[in-house]
Design a protein around this ligand. Structure first.
Ligand SMILES: O=P(O)(O)O[C@H]1O[C@H](CO)[C@@H](O)[C@H]1O
Ligand SMILES: [Mn+2]
Ligand SMILES: [Mn+2]
Length: 406
């Protein structure tokens, strides 16, 4: 039994999704393309990192073999001669979308079989009647953007206009999201949260997955900066997840980072937020001290996706992976007998791909801990196998959608 620690490297795909062409993503490969770029010197950045991608700890857990399962190839300059000490696999996503809630809910045993609502690309993405209702309820003079955009670009372009006019910045992406950027001081953080709550209710009938508050600070494009006060207003998962099952069995579920938001706080005993991968890592270590036999620690490392994948920043992504890899022994040192650690991802976000959206990919599954038998668990048909493996490990009743691989 002991504990289960689930670490989601947000967007760390390993390529090879059989249905990638349905998304225009055939050939995308987050790990493979980062390794390829690093191998030819395009992952170098002065003062940050240089040379081939070096992930010795993830490699010892089976990352290279998991990537080979996914694509048939070894990522450039990575070492495939190491015999993994962990149990490794890659997994297909059966959820229809390649978004964060779909990926996390499927990891927690509940694939998303329905289509989300999306806002279309084009001149004006949000319907006029929806905008008018929002202006009326929230007493707003109007809004800015009203389009598909990259969050950092749209703040740079419209942030000053927002400060002057008091109109919040409304934008979306290929995900099922209504995002609202507003200045923490000029507009007000609490006011932004209240606005998002109101919009959440209004977009429920449109089946929109998340309304996201994107607070920022600064006075000009030179110093605009999004803060860690981002808040995601998700709809709840359509069925009880592994987290609900654990909670119902009296277990503690500690959600680190944006996990609690992603699950609309369902099945979570404790929410612990932190800003940035290093702080998330520290918070995870502290949560491991507090978790007892049978409990779950579940962390999302958002920087991979938010700071590097969407921003199409190969050196940044590579450096963040190397940093995570270097800190993995700190997790290993915290392990108690029979603990299970699972490292995985929720979708891809290939930093070499066109545009700035997620990419449909297989994800790696790397398991370690004294209860784990080393070797391949093959290509899994669904991320839900992760939930069922955790359930089996923690002595919880099996769920409806996946199969344990341990
Ligand atoms: O460009 P930013 O604001 O980071 O937005 C990204 O973050 C959203 C939610 O994770 C995604 O839908 C993606 O568009
Ligand atoms: Mn994600
Ligand atoms: Mn994302």
């Amino acid at each position: 039994m002991a504990r289960a620690i689930i670490l989601v490297l947000d967007s760390f795909g390993v390529g090879g999704a059989p249905d990638a062409d349905r998304f225009g993503d055939a050939g995308s490969d987050t790990l493979g393309h980062i390794a390829e770029q690093c191998a030819i010197g395009l992952g170098d950045r002065q003062g940050l990192r240089q040379g081939p991608l070096l992930l010795p700890n993830l490699t010892s857990l089976g990352l290279v073999q998991a990537a080979r399962l996914a694509t048939g190839r070894v990522p450039a300059e990575m070492d495939d001669s190491v015999r993994p000490i962990g149990r490794y696999a890659c997994a297909n996503e059966v959820s229809l979308g390649k978004d964060t809630p779909s990926g996390h809910w499927e990891i927690a045993g509940v694939p998303v079989r329905f289509e989300w609502g999306y806002f279309p690309e084009g001149e004006e993405t949000f319907p006029t009647d929806l905008l008018e209702k929002i202006y009326e309820i929230a007493e707003l003079p109007g809004s800015l953007a009203n389009c598909h955009a990259s969050g950092t670009d749209v703040i740079n372009a419209l942030g000053e206009d927002h400060i002057r006019s008091g109109k919040p910045i409304f934008y979306t992406s290929a995900d099922s999201v209504f995002q609202i950027a507003a200045h923490e001081h000029h507009f007000g953080l609490e006011r932004l949260f209240r606005l998002c709550e109101a919009v959440r209710k209004l977009v429920d009938p449109l089946n929109i997955g998340r309304v996201i508050a994107r607070p920022f600070i600064g006075e000009s494009p030179d110093d605009f900066h999004r803060t860690g006060n981002r808040r995601d207003y998700s709809v709840p998962p359509p069925e009880p997840t592994l987290l609900d099952r654990a909670r119902d069995a009296g277990r503690l579920v500690i959600a680190v980072g944006k996990i609690s938001d992603i699950f609309a706080h369902q099945g979570i005993s404790e929410m612990r937020k932190a800003e940035g991968n290093d702080a998330l890592f520290n918070t995870t270590l502290a949560a491991m001290d507090d978790a007892d036999d049978g409990d779950i620690v579940f962390t999302n490392f958002v920087d991979f996706d938010m700071l590097y994948g969407h921003r199409r920043d190969v050196p940044g992504y590579a450096a963040a992976l190397e940093r995570f890899d270097a800190r993995l022994p700190e997790i290993a040192r915290k392990l108690r007998r029979n603990d299970l650690v699972i490292i995985t991802a929720d979708h891809g976000c290939d930093p070499t791909w066109r545009g700035n959206d997620h990419t449909r990919e297989r994800v790696p599954i790397l398991c370690f801990g004294s209860a784990v038998t080393a070797g391949s668990a093959g290509i899994r048909e669904t991320f839900a196998d992760i939930a069922e493996s955790v359930a089996a490990h923690l002595g919880l009743a099996p769920g409806r959608h996946g199969r344990s691989f341990i």
